[in-house]
Design a protein around this ligand. Structure first.
Ligand code: SF4
Ligand code: SF4
Length: 310
């Protein structure tokens, strides 16, 4: 079974990418499953979509955890932990990144042992006209990399999926999808299909116990004024930002200013202090710290480390 994930930002057409690729697989005689996942539904927020394709009925459901191919449409995303680009990426995963930097630079930056390919970013044209061009480019590249989709099936899939946008948009998407398909010719068929996942391979999530709050705090009082201190939004967190003191250069303002919850204060000697009762775990501070001094630690691991501390 092929398992493919597309990562991008809202407005870049990741849903279109999965639909085009899913249709192209279907037209090539495959069973296909494609689905988008949105976080915050707004332009620019990280989104992803995935495609499964097999010659037999597909019973596997849910988000793909062990991808064979990951396509990254926006090269600012790998450094955003919440975007989940690196989830399940292993030595056999092929990564295709839309970027103007080299594959070697990305391999080094992401510490990858698998293969990395680069597609130059589309640039301002796509952004200006706000159409799903990046999605079609991504789908075109993926279609060639899996090696089982003919050019005609890709073209037909683009036409079907982009038709609602009008003829001229469909033509432009088709042109770019085919261009990406041709660019990947030397890597055709290099995506390695993963095996079937069996029930015994399932790993239960590491559940977090969310403490109950008193009803006046958790429900009705939410609508009253001045409750933000009483409501412990820290219970929403799945990842915890942890400051590594040795790397923090005590710039004193960047993380504390960017924190949308004002959960970072600064001590008299310029040390950032995170209020874990109110930090929601958005990881903005992790992404924004120029010296990479804030690490994203899974909440469960952070809790265990805390309880084992002397
Ligand atoms: S942004 Fe980074 S370097 Fe600056 S105070 Fe925060 S943790 Fe330290
Ligand atoms: S993770 Fe988000 S809410 Fe928590 S301290 Fe960092 S910026 Fe603030």
């Amino acid at each position: 079974m092929f398992r493919i994930r597309f990562h991008g930002r809202g407005g870049q057409g990741m849903k279109t990418a999965s639909r085009v690729l899913g249709s192209a697989f279907f037209l090539s005689g495959y069973e296909a499953q494609d689905a988008p996942r949105y976080g915050a539904e707004r332009r620019g927020a990280p989104t992803f979509a995935y495609v499964r394709a097999a010659r037999a009925p597909i019973f596997e459901r849910g988000v793909i955890r062990s991808p064979d191919l990951v396509i990254v449409a926006d090269d600012t995303l790998p450094s955003v932990p919440a975007a989940g680009v690196m989830q399940g990426v292993s030595a056999r995963t092929l990564m295709l990144i839309h970027s103007n930097e080299s594959a070697e630079a990305w391999k080094h930056r992401l510490n990858l042992s698998g293969r990395v390919l680069i597609l130059p970013t589309i640039g301002e044209t796509a952004e200006e006209i706000g159409l799903p061009l990046v999605g079609s480019v991504s789908a075109g590249a993926a279609a060639r990399l899996v090696g089982v989709i003919e050019r005609d099936a890709l073209v037909e899939a683009v036409r079907r999926e982009i038709a609602p946008f009008g003829d001229s948009v469909a033509r432009e998407n088709e042109r770019l999808a085919v261009e990406a398909y041709e660019r990947m010719a030397e890597h055709a068929g290099t995506v390695v299909e993963g095996g079937e996942v069996e029930a015994k391979d399932y790993t239960a999530p590491s559940w977090i116990d969310v403490p109950f709050e008193e009803a006046p705090v958790s429900a009705p009082a939410m609508y009253a004024g001045a409750t933000s201190v009483r409501v412990k939004t820290g219970a929403w967190r799945t990842m915890r930002p942890v400051v590594e003191e040795a790397r923090c250069n005590r710039c004193w303002w960047i993380c504390s200013t960017y924190c949308p919850d004002s959960a970072i204060s600064v001590s008299a000697d310029n040390k950032p202090i995170i209020d874990y009762d109110h930090c929601k775990g958005c990881m903005i501070c992790v992404a924004i710290c120029p010296s990479h001094a804030i690490e994203a630690v899974p909440e469960r691991a952070a809790e265990s480390a805390e309880s084992e501390a002397p």
